[in-house]
Design a binder for this molecule. Structure first.
Ligand SMILES: *[C@@H]1O[C@H](CO)[C@@H](O)[C@H](O)[C@H]1NC(C)=O
Ligand SMILES: *[C@@H]1O[C@H](CO)[C@@H](O)[C@H](O)[C@H]1NC(C)=O
Ligand SMILES: *[C@@H]1O[C@H](CO)[C@@H](O)[C@H](O)[C@H]1NC(C)=O
Ligand SMILES: *[C@@H]1O[C@H](CO)[C@@H](O)[C@H](O)[C@H]1NC(C)=O
Ligand SMILES: *[C@@H]1O[C@H](CO)[C@@H](O)[C@H](O)[C@H]1NC(C)=O
Ligand SMILES: *[C@@H]1O[C@H](CO)[C@@H](O)[C@H](O)[C@H]1NC(C)=O
Ligand SMILES: *[C@@H]1O[C@H](CO)[C@@H](O)[C@H](O)[C@H]1NC(C)=O
Ligand SMILES: *[C@@H]1O[C@H](CO)[C@@H](O)[C@H](O)[C@H]1NC(C)=O
Ligand SMILES: *[C@@H]1O[C@H](CO)[C@@H](O)[C@H](O)[C@H]1NC(C)=O
Ligand SMILES: *[C@@H]1O[C@H](CO)[C@@H](O)[C@H](O)[C@H]1NC(C)=O
Ligand SMILES: *[C@@H]1O[C@H](CO)[C@@H](O)[C@H](O)[C@H]1NC(C)=O
Ligand SMILES: *[C@@H]1O[C@H](CO)[C@@H](O)[C@H](O)[C@H]1NC(C)=O
Length: 793
C-alpha cells in the first residue's frame, strides 16, 4: 500500500566517536494524518474545506505573511474566498508576550516545582483564555525540550523539569488546558534542543548536532512528547539544532518516522522561526513555515508542480521504474493536501471555527501606536496566578523553625539587588522582548543585564528572558510586599538593596537576602553561582545570626558557598513566580501558606558533579560542524547521581514543609496486564505506540501518608521504579495531597505498561522485560520511606 511506512532502521547503538559520524536515516513519504479518535470530526471538517481549495490557497495556509496589522510572532496566510481567516501564532511560556493587559504567570520551572497537576491544568486553561481573547490561535508552547541535559541551558526554565516523566505529565496538563480554552498548543522543541550555544547555523558554522542513540531518544527525550501527543496536542515545533547531523526541520526519521508514524501524531509540525534551510523539509515532514514563506511560499506551488520537491526521493529511487517516478509528482500534491488537513484539523479540533472566536491578532496591536487595549484577564484566574506563585517556592533549609515568622516581628532587614522591582517597566524593557536586536538579552530581563552576567542586578526577576517572557500588569516585588505587611504589623524595616557590604542593625530579628540567577533564550548560562551574590550572602550572614536567603533562579543555582553557614538559618529556592512574587513569598514567610514545592532537578554540591556540565562547542579543532555526543544516555540528573553514587546537596524531589509526614501501608497490586513482552511479537513494521497497550495499567500502587506535625501542609508523595538494566530509580508517579494535622490520605499511583518498559532497539518497540522491579515510595528520590517490588514473569 502506497502509504505504509517502512520503519526498518539500522538498529545500531554505536558509541559516537571521531570515527563514527552520526547519520539520520531517511523515512519517506510523510504519512498523512489518520484523523482517528478525538480527531475524527476535525479531519472530516478539514477535508471538506480542503477539497474546495486551489493549490495556491492550500500553500497559503502552510506559510506566514508579513503584516503591520498586529505584532503576532507569525501570521499564516488566509483564504478569503472561503472565509478562512488565517491564524495568529504567538509566544508563549509565561503568558501572552509583547502586549498589554495580560497576566504574567509563574514560569515553567516554577510550575514544575509545584508537582501539582491540577494547578498546572488551571494555569494552562486561564493563560490560554488570555491568548484567545487577544486573537492568538496558536500559543507557542508548552516546552518538553530542552529538558536540561546541561544545567547551564539558557531555556531550561521554560520547561517543567529535567525529568521526562514529570515533564511529560505537566506538559500534558498544560496542553489540555490550552486546548480546552480553544487555543492550539504547540509542543516544542522537537527534539534534543538542549543548548543555546550553536543552536542555529551562523557565520559558516553549522548548528550543533545532537547525536543520540535510539534508546536514549525514546526513554528520555521523546518521553514527554509521547505524553503530549497522547494528550491531543494539535501542533509540534521542530527545532533549530541538528540531530545525527540532519536539521530538526528536515529530519524525516524524526518527523515522518517517529512523530507521525510511531506516535501516530495527527496534528501538524511547524518550525522554529526561520529554521528551514531548503525545500527538502516538505518531504521530511514539516507542515508549516514561519514567519514568512521560508523556502516554499510561492515557490512551493511551483516546485510541487515541476517536481523539484521530489528531487532527493527520485535520486534515492534510481532503481525504480519511470512509472513509479511519475507517481511521485501527484503524490506530493496529495502530500500538500495532507499538510493542509493536519493544519485545518487542528483549527477545528479546538473549536476555532466558532463564530465568536476572535479575529486573528485582534488584541495584538503595536503598542507604540494609539490603540484600544483589549483586556484579556479574567477575574477567576487570580487565585490560580497567586496559587501558582506560591507553589513553586522550595524551602531547602529551615533550622530551629526560623520560618514561619511566629509573631509580628519587631524588626526585619532586607538586602540584595533582587529585593526590589527593576527601575523601568515600559515598552522597551518589557514589551518588545527581543525579536532580533542585539540588545534583546538585556531588554528581556528587565533592564540592566549584560550578556554573560549570571545575575540580573537591575531588580527582582519573575521570569527568564525572551520568547518565554511576558509583561506583568504589575509586579509584586519582595521589598514592597514585606513593607506592606510591616505596615499592618507595626514592624520596623531596614533595607539596603544597593550595597554589596551593607550594615546590619544588631536588633534585627531576621535578615532577608535576595539574590538571583538569570537565564534567557539565545545564551547559555556561564555558571551555576556567582561570587558577587554569594559574597553578599556571606557578608550579611557574618553579621546577622538569623539570615534567610531567597534565590530567584531561572534554573539550577548552587548554594554550597553559604548553605552550611551557621547563621544562614533558612533558604528558599524561589524560581520565577510571575506577577505575584512578593505577595506569595510573604504568605509563605508568615505561614499563611505553607511551603509545598519540591525540586524538579538536583542541586549538586559542585558544578563538576553534573554528568554533563558545559554545552558542547567547536572543540579543539575549532570545527564549523559542532558535534554533541549524548554518550551519557539516560544518565542525567538524579539518574546519574544515583548510578555514580554522588551525594547531591539537595536531591531531586526534595523540599521542606512546616510540618512532617509519615508514610505507611504500601500495597502493590499487579494487574493481568503485567507480563513480559513475548519474544515473537508482531513484526516491527506494524507497530506504533497505540498498538502495544502502552497505556494499559499494569499495577496499582497505594500508600498512606499522614500529617504527623502541628500544622496543615502539602506532601508530594513520589513513586520511583527500578527497571532492570536501567537507572537505579526513575520517577513513575507523584501525588500531591493537602493534609490537616493528624489527617491521613491514601495516595494512588497507576503504573502503565510504558512506565515499566524499555525501548528495544532491535525490535523497534517498547518491551517489558522479565525480572524484579523494586518500587520505592517516598518524599524525594533519596528519602525513600516504603519499598516493595513487582515481579514480571
Ligand atoms: C542516530 O544515530 C544512532 C546511532 O546510529 C541511531 O541509533 C539513532 O536511531 C539515530 N537517530 C536519529 C533520529 O537519526
Ligand atoms: C493568502 O494570504 C494572504 C494573507 O492573508 C492574503 O492576502 C491572500 O489573499 C491569500 N491568497 C489567496 C489566494 O487566498
Ligand atoms: C483544581 O484547582 C481549582 C482552582 O484552584 C479548584 O477550584 C479545584 O477544586 C481543583 N480541583 C481539584 C480536583 O483539586
Ligand atoms: C497506529 O496504530 C493504530 C491502532 O492499530 C492505528 O489505528 C493507526 O492508524 C496507526 N497509525 C499509524 C500512523 O500507523
Ligand atoms: C522564490 O523564487 C523567486 C524567483 O524564482 C526568488 O526570487 C525567491 O527568492 C524565491 N523565494 C524563496 C523563499 O526561495
Ligand atoms: C521548479 O520550481 C522551483 C521553485 O520555484 C525552482 O527553484 C526550480 O528551478 C524549478 N525547476 C524546474 C525544473 O523548473
Ligand atoms: C510599531 O510601530 C512603530 C512606529 O510606527 C514602528 O517603529 C515599530 O517597528 C512597530 N513595531 C512592530 C513590532 O511592528
Ligand atoms: C538552634 O537551637 C539550638 C538549641 O536551642 C541552639 O543550640 C542552636 O545554636 C540554634 N541554631 C541556630 C542556627 O540558631
Ligand atoms: C553570626 O552572627 C553573629 C552576629 O549576630 C556574629 O557575631 C557571628 O560572628 C556570626 N557567625 C559567623 C560564623 O559568622
Ligand atoms: C567544581 O566544579 C568546577 C567546575 O566544573 C571545577 O573546576 C572544580 O574543580 C570543582 N571543584 C571541586 C572541589 O570538585
Ligand atoms: C575559530 O574559527 C573562527 C572562524 O570560524 C575564528 O573567528 C576563531 O578565531 C577561531 N578560534 C580559534 C580558537 O581558533
Ligand atoms: C500553614 O501553616 C500555618 C501554621 O504555620 C497554619 O496556621 C495555616 O493554616 C496553614 N495554611 C494552610 C493554607 O494550610
Amino acid at each position: 500500500m502506497m502509504w505504509s511506512t517502512t520503519l526498518a532502521f539500522a538498529a545500531l547503538a554505536l558509541p559516537f566517536g571521531a570515527s563514527t559520524r552520526a547519520v539520520s536515516p531517511d523515512v519517506y513519504p510523510s504519512p498523512p494524518g489518520q484523523g482517528s479518535g478525538r480527531w475524527a470530526g476535525a479531519y472530516a471538517s478539514a477535508r471538506k474545506l480542503v477539497t474546495q481549495m486551489t493549490l495556491e490557497e492550500k500553500v497559503n495556509v502552510t506559510r506566514g505573511f508579513k503584516t503591520d496589522a498586529n505584532v503576532c510572532a507569525g501570521n499564516s496566510g488566509s483564504v478569503p474566498r472561503l472565509g478562512w481567516p488565517g491564524m495568529c501564532l504567538h509566544d508563549a511560556g509565561n503568558g501572552v508576550r509583547a502586549t498589554d493587559m495580560v497576566s504574567a504567570w509563574a514560569s515553567g520551572l516554577h510550575v514544575g516545582a509545584s508537582w501539582d497537576r491540577n494547578l498546572t491544568y488551571q494555569r494552562g486553561l486561564y493563560m490560554a483564555k488570555e491568548f484567545r481573547a487577544k486573537g492568538v490561535n496558536i500559543a507557542l508552547g508548552p516546552n518538553a525540550g530542552p529538558l536540561g541535559r546541561t544545567p547551564l541551558g539558557g531555556r531550561n526554565w521554560e520547561g517543567f523539569s529535567v525529568d521526562p516523566y514529570l515533564s511529560g505529565q505537566l506538559n500534558a496538563e498544560t496542553i489540555v488546558g490550552y486546548q480546552d480554552a480553544g487555543v492550539i498548543a504547540n509542543l516544542k522543541h522537537f527534539i534534543a534542543n538542549e543548548q543555546e550555544t550553536y543552536r542555529r547555523p551562523y557565520s559558516g558554522v553549522e548548528a550543533a548536532s545532537s547525536n543520540l542513540d535510539d534508546k536514549t531518544l525514546h526513554e528520555y527525550y521523546l518521553w514527554p512528547f509521547m505524553d503530549g501527543v497522547r494528550a491531543g496536542v494539535a501542533s509540534v515545533m521542530c527545532s533549530y539544532n541538528r540531530i545525527n547531523n540532519t536539521y530538526g526541520c528536515e529530519n524525516s526519521k524524526l518527523m515522518n518516522g517517529v512523530l507521525k508514524s510511531e506516535l501516530a501524531f495527527d496534528g501538524f509540525v511547524m518550525l522554529d522561526w526561520n529554521a528551514q534551510h531548503n525545500l527538502q523539509s516538505a518531504n521530511g515532514g514539516l507542515d508549516m513555515v514561519m514567519p514568512y514563506g521560508g523556502s516554499w511560499g510561492d515557490n512551493l506551488t511551483h516546485a510541487v508542480r515541476n517536481g523539484t520537491v521530489t528531487e532527493k526521493r527520485i535520486t534515492d529511487m534510481a532503481t525504480r521504474s519511470d512509472d513509479e517516478k511519475k507517481t511521485l509528482v501527484p503524490l506530493l500534491v496529495i502530500l500538500t493536501t495532507d499538510r493542509l488537513c493536519r493544519i485545518l484539523a487542528a483549527w477545528y479540533l479546538v473549536g476555532q471555527d466558532a463564530p465568536d472566536f476572535p479575529a486573528p491578532g485582534v488584541g495584538m496591536k503595536n503598542l507604540s501606536l494609539p490603540h484600544e487595549p483589549v483586556d484579556a484577564r479574567v477575574p477567576e484566574s487570580k487565585p490560580v496566578l497567586l496559587g501558582g506563585a506560591v507553589a513553586g517556592h522550595v524551602l531547602v533549609k529551615n533550622v530551629n523553625r526560623t520560618l514561619p515568622f511566629r509573631s509580628k516581628p519587631k524588626m526585619l532587614s532586607v538586602y540584595g539587588y533582587d529585593a526590589a522591582p527593576p527601575p523601568t517597566k515600559n515598552i522597551d524593557t518589557l514589551f518588545q522582548l527581543g525579536y532580533t536586536s542585539s540588545q534583546e538579552m538585556g531588554q528581556a530581563v528587565l533592564g540592566t543585564l549584560r550578556s554573560f552576567d549570571q545575575a540580573a542586578r537591575g531588580g527582582t526577576i519573575t521570569t527568564g528572558g525572551r520568547a518565554g517572557a511576558n509583561a506583568p500588569p504589575y509586579m509584586s516585588d519582595p521589598l514592597s510586599a514585606i513593607q506592606h505587611r510591616a505596615a499592618a504589623d507595626g514592624t520596623w524595616v531596614n533595607w539596603d538593596i544597593a550595597s554589596t557590604t551593607p550594615d546590619v542593625n544588631g536588633a534585627t530579628q531576621a535578615c532577608l537576602v535576595f539574590i538571583n540567577a538569570i537565564a534567557t533564550e539565545g545564551w547559555d548560562r556561564t555558571g551555576l553561582h556567582d561570587d558577587a551574590s554569594d559574597g553578599l550572602v556571606l557578608h550579611v550572614a557574618s553579621r546577622c545570626a538569623n539570615t534567610v536567603v531567597v534565590v530567584h533562579a531561572a534554573g539550577i543555582r548552587l548554594v554550597d558557598q553559604w548553605i552550611e553557614h551557621p547563621n544562614v538559618t533558612a533558604a528558599v529556592l524561589a524560581h520565577l513566580p510571575g506577577q505575584d512574587s512578593g505577595t506569595a513569598l510573604v504568605r509563605l514567610l508568615y505561614g499563611e501558606d505553607n511551603f509545598s514545592g519540591r525540586l524538579p532537578y538536583t542541586v549538586a554540591r559542585n558544578e563538576s558533579d553534573y554528568p554533563v556540565y558545559a554545552p558542547c562547542g567547536r572543540g579543539r579543532d575549532n570545527t564549523t560542524d559542532p558535534q554533541c555526543d549524548y554518550t551519557e544516555g539516560v544518565y542525567l540528573d538524579y539518574r546519574a547521581f544515583d548510578a555514580r553514587n554522588v551525594t547531591p546537596r539537595f536531591e531531586f524531589g526534595y523540599g521542606l514543609s512546616y510540618t512532617t509526614f509519615e508514610y505507611s501501608s504500601l500495597a502493590l497490586s499487579p494487574t493481568r496486564a503485567l507480563c513480559a513482552t513475548p519474544p515473537s511479537s508482531p513484526s516491527s513494521s506494524s507497530t506504533n505506540s497505540t498498538h502495544d497497550g502502552l497505556w494499559d495499567v499494569v499495577a496499582h500502587v497505594e500508600a498512606t501518608v499522614a500529617n504527623a506535625g502541628p500544622v496543615s501542609g502539602d506532601e508530594v508523595a513520589q513513586l520511583y521504579v527500578g527497571i532492570p538494566g536501567a537507572p537505579p530509580k526513575q520517577l513513575r508517579g507523584f501525588e500531591k495531597v493537602h493534609l490537616r494535622p493528624g489527617a491521613a490520605a491514601t495516595v494512588r499511583f497507576d503504573l502503565t505498561r510504558r512506565d515499566v518498559s524499555v525501548w528495544d532497539v532491535a525490535r523497534q518497540r517498547w518491551v517489558v522485560q522479565k525480572g524484579e522491579y523494586p518500587v520505592y515510595v517516598g518524599a524525594s528520590c533519596r528519602d525513600v520511606r516504603l519499598t516493595g517490588s513487582l515481579v514480571v514473569e
